[in-house]
Design a protein around this ligand. Structure first.
Ligand code: SF4
Length: 324
């Protein structure tokens, strides 16, 4: 197996693509020596294509809860009784203050997130002002994650200074109906294609641990490769009380590490961003994710859960040899 991993890595380093059957063999690996070799080769691929630079992204939950959609993992859906605090859209001053704080603790990017099916025209001016001021006043790269948007809304956000938009595919197309019925995978894909058509960078990934098979994880990765996403966030389910997945069992650290390494083979040039659920699921293996191909990190907490102190993350990345 070690030889096969090295041979496939060599081909990827030369610009070829890994095949689905090869990726399937990798994601089925069970022994630590095999997984460590996979991680080592994923690190070579990461270094070749993206160097030792790491992206640090912070989020603000600018509008929390009461979402109309029924995503089974999400504590912000109005359909589940999760007891989270909900609030309407923040004003630009509040968003900019959060962006400034994020810059102080080391973030390079700042993503404005709203818990909505899609962006309303009523909220558009506030968000455009927030994007413009995050860029100009806070001096940090603004991103948005506002659900479905129209071409006109996207044009307005772009004009305000937006260059990257987050819209996760969440999981494989074949598994999507099991985690959401209020909208479809194709709806999401349509938004991503529109972003590409408008020259906006794509941040799109998913969540491990939604009941998907290993094969379905690969389906997601290959779909992201086809879209040539600039950044692929990889979250690991942190089961939220009150949601349908509230008592699901998330994958073990070795499974997550192996999946990240395999994703690096499939997405050699993309940022692989370690996102929500890393602290509770990876525990002492968080650094290992960066020795398996990850090269981006969400720092400073998530939408409805806290993360660890940014200083710990910065020290970890420095110790790993990344340029912070
Ligand atoms: S659309 Fe987003 S905010 Fe709404 S339920 Fe789904 S994941 Fe949560």
């Amino acid at each position: 197996m070690l030889q096969e991993i090295q041979q496939v890595a060599q081909r990827v380093l030369q610009g070829e693509r890994i095949t689905f059957p090869e990726a399937e063999r990798f994601i089925e690996l069970e022994s630590w020596p095999d997984v460590l070799e996979l991680a080592a080769q994923a690190t070579r691929i990461r270094q070749r294509f993206t160097g030792d630079d790491v992206d640090l992204c912070a989020l603000v939950n600018a509008k929390a809860g009461q979402c109309s959609e029924d995503c089974t993992f999400c504590s912000q859906s109005a359909r589940w009784n999760t007891g989270i605090s909900t609030y309407p859209l923040m004003d630009p001053d509040q968003i900019v203050a959060r962006a400034m704080a994020a810059k102080r603790f080391g973030a390079k990017r700042f993503c404005i997130v709203t818990a909505t099916r899609g962006l309303s025209d009523r909220d558009l001016p506030t968000l455009c002002e927030a994007v413009r001021r995050v860029k100009e006043e806070a001096g940090i790269v603004p991103e948005c994650s506002l659900g479905f948007i129209t071409e006109e809304q996207l044009r307005a956000l772009k004009e305000a200074g937006l260059s990257r938009y987050n819209h996760n595919l969440e999981t494989a197309e074949s598994h999507f109906p099991n985690i959401c019925t209020a909208h479809t995978y194709q709806d999401r894909l349509g938004t991503l294609r529109m972003l590409r058509a408008h020259g906006v960078e794509i941040c799109s990934g998913g969540i491990l641990g939604l009941g998907e098979s290993r094969r379905e994880r690969l389906e997601l990765a290959f779909a992201l490769a086809e879209l040539e996403v600039e950044c692929a966030p990889i979250n690991v389910l942190n089961p939220r009380p009150g949601t349908p997945l509230g008592s699901a069992a998330p994958p073990e650290p070795k499974e997550v590490i192996k999946t990240i390494a395999t994703f690096r083979f499939i997405l050699p040039r993309s940022r692989l961003e370690l996102g929500g659920g890393r602290e509770v699921n990876l525990r002492d293996f968080q650094a290992m994710a960066f020795l398996a191909g990850a090269n981006s990190l969400i720092i400073g907490g998530y939408l409805t859960t806290h993360g660890r102190q940014p200083a710990h993350d910065l020290q970890m990345l420095k110790d790993l040899g990344f340029t912070v």
